[in-house]
Ligand binder design. Structure first.
Ligand code: ZN
Length: 264
């Protein structure tokens, strides 16, 4: 039997309509997204070894605040091409499905662990980027900030992005390993998680704290959790709906089921 047919037969048909029903019932739904939603846009999840830009580097060594302070030239030799690659990447139908749900008034906000700007490009209006964003970089001394496109003009001969005003080091406004998450963004995420009647977790293994604690806040205040992610998560047993196919197919099926509800 061809793999495609087997996959179709093996998938339970019920989850998408069930999730559509929960979305319609919910007075407040919040999405929580991770690397898995951007994989169809060509951005590899760094937890998958041997893929793309992460092939020859250990992100836990190079993408740290310590590495940025100790050896900014090496730090930027990794980040500069990554910036160039990410600047042109486009959102995929999974990002668009979430902005469509927001347009329909069925999704209050997207909390994301991703720094790639793709939710914003897809039209999501209320977006909480708990790991920051590549959208801007800032001087660590005077605080001046530049857009992604402007950073390229800041590099000195050693390949280090340097502030033209005070010669301070310029750092991407992403949360590096060893840095704390931005307090205001985390407070907003926690408030939303506690208020959500439904949290829709997409493309995240829900293992990186403190973000991994957010579905727990929703459950603790009586809300439901739905999970659309390949591979297991710590919340699988508590999930009202669990989908683990291709994220584009799964979210597409959910939006189609939402449309069917409105027509029916
Ligand atoms: Zn400066």
């Amino acid at each position: 039997m061809p793999a495609r047919v087997r996959k179709t037969l093996g998938r339970h048909p019920a989850p998408a309509p069930e999730l559509a029903r929960l979305l319609k019932e919910s007075g407040c739904t919040v999405a929580l997204t991770g690397a898995g939603i951007s994989v169809p846009s060509g951005i590899p999840d760094f937890r998958t070894p041997g893929t793309g830009i992460w092939e020859n580097v250990d992100p836990f060594e190079v993408a740290t605040i310590e590495a940025f302070r100790r050896d900014p030239a090496r730090f930027w030799s990794f980040y500069r091409p990554r910036f160039e690659a990410l600047g042109d990447v486009q959102p995929n139908p999974a990002h668009e499905a979430l902005s469509e749900l927001e347009r329909r008034g069925m999704l209050e906000a997207v909390i994301t662990q991703n720094v790639d700007r793709l939710h914003r490009k897809a039209g999501t209006r209320r977006l909480i980027e708990v790991h920051g964003s590549i959208d801007t970089s800032s001087c660590t001394s005077c605080g001046t900030s530049w857009s992604l496109e402007e950073v390229e003009g800041l590099f000195d001969d050693a390949g280090v992005a340097t502030c033209p005003h005070c010669l301070g080091g310029v750092k991407p406004d992403v949360v590096l390993f060893g840095e704390l998450l931005p307090e205001a963004a985390m407070a907003e995420a926690q408030e939303l998680a506690a208020r959500a009647e439904l949290m829709l977790c997409v493309g995240s293994s829900l293992e990186v704290h403190p973000v991994a604690g957010l579905p727990g806040l929703t459950l603790a205040s009586g809300g439901r959790v739905a999970i659309i992610t390949k591979g297991s998560t710590p919340y699988d047993d508590d999930a009202a709906v669990r989908m683990d196919g291709d994220v584009v197919d799964d979210l597409g099926a959910v939006v189609a089921a939402v449309e069917a509800l409105h027509l029916g």
